[in-house]
Design a protein around this ligand. Structure first.
Ligand SMILES: NC(=O)c1ccc[n+]([C@@H]2O[C@H](COP(=O)([O-])OP(=O)(O)OC[C@H]3O[C@@H](n4cnc5c(N)ncnc54)[C@H](O)[C@@H]3O)[C@@H](O)[C@H]2O)c1
Length: 289
């Protein structure tokens, strides 16, 4: 499959980052979101990160300009017609099965024949999205990590309907995107989140029961376990709302208490303290990003 145009549905934390990675690797990218403000925020974030790379002499100004010139945006989230020319569409909308299913149903109607359809879901059943598209053989999971411009891992997720050709196309695309791949079957949380989510939840329980402070829990993991980030800072980076959505679908699928979202997490989400993106979660960050 020859890929020139990539569509990205959803321009939040992940969609913006995936769009940046695709444009930086030479693809024409169209980013779609229901919320025009999120689209503007996404493009502004990309512009800021590219400017920082230019300032640090990691990137030429002309290359930064070329990346931005390869990015188009659209708010046609209902029709998704702007993606009819895309060779690949990567969905990165909110972690909600109804919203994602609607996107895949619509992609099944408008995407060009043979287009590769991918979801960035962290925990929802990819098989449901594949079925919704009406083209299950062309659907694959491409689970990027946050932030995509810095973390190269992609978990490639297959369903029982994913064909070998689709898997080969997905692998080739990821190589062109300069990613490191692992392959996993459609199971909630795949590899990384299945291990990470209970770990973060134990850290939240430790903090909430007053055993240790958030700072000390994270420091123990950073200095003692050689983790780059502590579990509570990682939760803030993921977004506490997204973490709660992920936990809900993992708990529903596995039925195990270790995947149940802790009360403190739910309370912070109710209060709108969603982590870095709102400036406050387990830690304080000043203005949200
Ligand atoms: N945050 C993480 O660390 C992380 C890491 C890997 C994967 N993911 C997955 O990526 C996906 C997106 O997560 P995020 O953190 O970017 O969330 P986010 O809340 O930052 O962004 C979600 C975006 O989806 C948009 N949206 C909602 N409904 C839409 C629709 N119908 N059409 C188009 N856009 C729509 C919202 O306006 C928003 O901009 C989720 O499936 C999540 O599980 C998240």
């Amino acid at each position: 499959m020859q890929v020139q145009r990539v569509g990205v549905v959803g321009s939040g934390l992940m969609g913006a980052g995936i769009a940046q990675v695709a444009a930086a690797n030479g693809f024409q990218v169209t980013v779609v979101d229901v919320d025009e403000a999120r689209i503007n925020q996404a493009i502004e974030g990309i512009r800021r990160r590219l400017a920082r790379d230019v300032q640090r002499e990691r990137l030429l100004q002309s290359d930064a300009d070329a990346v931005l010139a390869r990015l188009l945006t659209s708010a046609d989230a209902d029709s998704l017609e702007s993606l009819a020319v895309a060779d690949v569409v990567i969905e990165a909308v909110v972690e909600d099965i109804d919203v994602k299913s609607r996107v895949f149903r619509r992609l099944g109607e408008v995407a060009k024949p043979g287009a590769l359809l991918a979801s960035n879901t962290s925990s929802l059943p990819l098989s449901d999205l594949a079925a919704a598209s009406g083209r299950p053989e062309r659907v694959v999971g491409l689970h990027f990590f946050n932030p995509p411009w810095a973390l190269k891992l992609v978990e490639i997720v297959t369903t029982a309907s994913t064909t070998d050709e689709t898997l080969d196309d997905a692998r080739a695309l990821c190589e062109e995107l300069d990613r490191v791949l692992v392959q996993v079957k459609d199971t909630p949380g795949f590899i990384a989140n299945r291990l990470l989510v209970p770990f973060i939840f134990d850290a939240i329980h430790l903090m909430d029961s007053g055993v240790a402070s958030a700072e000390d829990i994270d420091n123990a993991c950073k200095v003692g376990l050689n983790h780059t980030m502590g579990p509570l800072a990682t939760a803030d980076l993921i977004g506490l709302d997204t973490l709660q959505f992920i936990a809900e679908s993992m708990f529903e699928e596995y039925g195990e208490a270790r995947f149940k979202a802790p009360t403190l997490l739910r309370r912070l989400v109710s209060l709108g303290h969603l982590g870095r993106k709102t400036g406050r979660g387990f830690f304080h960050y000043g203005e949200g990003v």
